[in-house]
Design a protein around this ligand. Structure first.
Ligand SMILES: Cc1cc2nc3c(=O)[nH]c(=O)nc-3n(C[C@H](O)[C@H](O)[C@H](O)COP(=O)(O)OP(=O)(O)OC[C@H]3O[C@@H](n4cnc5c(N)ncnc54)[C@H](O)[C@@H]3O)c2cc1C
Length: 424
């Protein structure tokens, strides 16, 4: 590119979406990519995550498939249990087991995915301790980015990969507001050896359902490849109180004051309480649920794109949000490549990105609406608690989700190209 000015791209956020986008965009020689991350180093606060065929496909494209190494194969079956009595109410096939990839569906440590992605990001393009506070549209000159440390930079394109509380989204759509739902997840990975006295807990992947919350248990490590495998515990509380002045956040260490997390399951079956009690002070991470209106647009100013949780806070609804974010970045790269080589303006690339990804998210939202409708019907039914739980579990399993777990993002792009071939 000697003698030519490259298009500058600023990616905000170094989660799976930002890192995946940095890999995809760095492969395009006409772009100069910088990623700004607010933390002083790369960190991944979550616990485990599920990866199915859709994930393998995008990870292969990013050269980061080893993010799924040493992981636990998804169990064939998942239990749904009454959290108070332990009664097994439902044993179902894991919804993601429809994996068409021979590596199957797996549950992996998030840190491993993060490390695999980081290893593929070219050296020197990540700037740490750079918290974006605001963007300004500079007509004909790109975008000005202002950081919390008072510095400013300019970029031709900005990618908002800064998660659910996105500062990029706030600049683009200042009227879009999130609210705390009270539905909070507390997540942790503990050495499985710590739970040795609880074989009923560690031998199954299970959801233990209560009235005001549930607990999820799962392997995240392959037992053969890890000498002391880790085990995932997620405690969901549906009605966390909103305490004025108290920080509620996404991926922050949970203040476990007075045993706050175990208290969620105080009346739960003794085995659940013992497992939760095995978590030590300071180990929990908290993910406070926020919701807001769905966005009509995921791009703005013809030069800013929102990807991953910044554009569609699904709160882990399909257990595939990291994959969605990486797919977003890969499609954005294809769109920029296409417009560059066909001499079209940058804004066209953003339009193509939105044209491909927005309907996909709309399809997910429609699915969630249908599930919600089923849940409302369940609440209206007058059954005993076990009957209610059984119907609730069934409503989560409702519908065909192959459009998610079997999604092949490169085929999505091919289909776009085929549909847009110039007519003879
Ligand atoms: C309980 C639960 C279970 C889940 N299970 C799964 C699962 O099994 N599989 C799966 O794929 N997904 C799962 N998800 C969803 C998944 O965690 C998210 O969808 C995914 O992390 C989104 O990636 P992202 O890169 O868009 O955002 P994030 O992962 O939130 O990353 C955002 C990044 O931006 C940085 N940042 C934020 N603000 C700024 C700023 N102002 N300036 C600079 N940097 C900033 C942050 O520090 C962070 O590094 C789950 C979520 C929850 C809550």
């Amino acid at each position: 590119m000697v003698g030519q000015t490259r298009t500058s791209v600023a990616i905000i956020g170094g989660g799976p979406g930002g890192l995946g986008t940095a890999i995809s965009l760095s492969e395009l020689p006409f772009l100069e990519v910088t990623l700004y991350e607010k933390h002083s180093e790369s960190r991944e606060a979550g616990a485990g995550l599920s990866l199915s065929s859709n994930a393998w496909r995008v990870l292969d494209l990013l050269g980061a498939s080893r993010g799924g190494s040493k992981a636990a194969p998804n169990p064939t079956l998942i239990n749904g249990q009454n959290a108070y009595t332990g009664k097994v109410l439902s044993v179902v096939e894991h919804p993601e087991n429809s994996a068409v990839d021979q590596r199957g569906a797996i549950r992996a440590r998030r840190t491993r995915l993060q490390q695999a992605l980081l290893a593929r990001v070219p050296e020197g393009i990540i700037k740490y301790s750079k918290k974006l506070v605001h963007l300004d549209d500079l007509p004909d000159e790109g975008v000005r980015l202002t950081f919390a440390d008072g510095t400013e930079v300019r970029a031709d394109i900005v990618v908002g990969a800064d998660g659910i509380h996105s500062a990029v989204r706030k600049s683009l759509f200042p009227d879009h507001k999130l609210r705390f739902t009270g539905n909070t997840a507390f997540r942790v990975l503990v050495p499985k050896s710590r739970l040795i006295s609880l074989p009923e807990i560690t031998s199954t992947t299970a959801w233990w359902w209560g009235k005001a919350g549930h607990v999820y248990f799962s392997d995240v490590d392959d037992e053969i490849e890890n000498s002391d495998p880790l085990f995932e515990i997620t405690v969901r509380s549906y009605h966390e109180p909103e305490i004025p002045g108290k920080t509620v956040g996404w991926g922050i260490p949970a203040a476990n004051e007075k045993g706050r997390v175990p208290r969620q399951g105080m009346e739960f079956d003794q085995r659940v309480r013992d497992a939760v009690d095995a978590v030590e002070e300071g180990e929990w991470w908290e993910f406070a649920g926020f919701a807001g209106p769905r966005l009509d647009h995921i791009t703005g100013w013809g030069k800013v794109a929102l990807i991953g949780d910044a554009s569609h806070p699904l709160s882990g609804a399909f257990g595939s949000g990291a994959t969605f974010a990486m797919e977003d970045g890969w499609i954005l790269a294809r769109a920029l490549e296409l417009t560059q080589f066909t001499g079209r303006p940058l804004s066209d690339a953003l339009e193509i990105f939105s044209q491909i990804r927005s309907p996909y998210y709309t399809r997910m939202y429609n699915h969630l609406d249908e599930v919600e409708e089923k849940l409302q019907q369940v609440h209206a039914q007058n059954t005993d608690f076990d009957g209610f739980l059984k119907s609730k579990i069934d409503s989560f399993l409702y519908g065909d989700k192959d459009f998610i777990y079997k999604n092949d993002i490169s085929k999505v792009w091919d289909a776009y190209l085929e549909g847009n071939e110039p007519q003879e």
